[in-house]
Design a binder for this molecule. Sequence first.
Ligand code: CP
Ligand code: NVA
Length: 300
Amino acid sequence: MNPRHFISLLDLSGEELRALIRRAMVLKNHRDPDYQPLKGQVLAMIFEKSSTRTRISFEAGMAHFGGSALFLSPRDTQLGRGEPLRDSAKVISSMVDCIMLRTDRHETVTTFAEHSRVPVINGLTDEQHPCQLLADMQTYFELRGDIQGKTVAWVGDGNNMCHSYIHAAMRLGFVLHIACPAGYRPLPSIVATAGHSVKFFDTASAAVKQADLVVTDVWASMGQEEEQKQRVCDFKGYEINAAIMGAAADDALFMHCLPAHRGEEVSSDVIDGPQSVVFQEAENRLHAQKALLEFLICGK
Ligand code: CP
Ligand code: NVA
């Protein structure tokens, strides 16, 4: 039987996503050190890009569940020397119980999954970051209840996080207002699938108007460092600051997947202010991914 993978948020139904979020909340609030559903199981984590949250949350999550995690970088494996992906996927998946990949090209993860006999998790590609959305949605559910019917504003780059927010809107039934500078909109192929779940606006304040949740991310993602200077010019007017937050609903939350650049995409008073839930959001990576590992590896 083919294993379930988590490469995109769309790999789960809305019902499965809601169940997973609820399970993450239970795991967070009732931690039982004797509950070790992954005892003796191994997660291989392949990181072609840097990480703090993703690495630590997966590694800690496996340890909590009685299993272990292997950190693999292309620098010290044959992956970095050009061993074909399909061969690597067959070999690695013959020795471990689950594989997580963080890589540039989305196709690397899909190819890996095609040839893996164990579940493959997308730990971020240039196209999507579905694990982050599990944590973001858990955070919203914890603080405000179900997100169905709510309005979420995405302001900034139409990047991997934006794409996964589009998928979340489709699966969980909220409307995503998007404001990106010209030339930085999300991929048309992803927008085309979203129908009425997505609406575009020309300015940050228009997108944020009456929003229940305001989200942004860095203007230059990993691998785009050389564009940083140009992007700072192009994204002028897209900073989430107190004036922009003022246009949102009075009880609106602010989220950012982190790491953040204060004074660029978000002002210090917003990210460190009372509407910001970025550290609860970061912690929830641990709980949401424990629920994901349980779902994929134990099949429940
Ligand atoms: N948000 C997130 O994925 O953080 P890391 O890059 O630190 O893993
Ligand atoms: N968009 C960012 C997210 C980092 C967690 C990046 O890809 O670098």
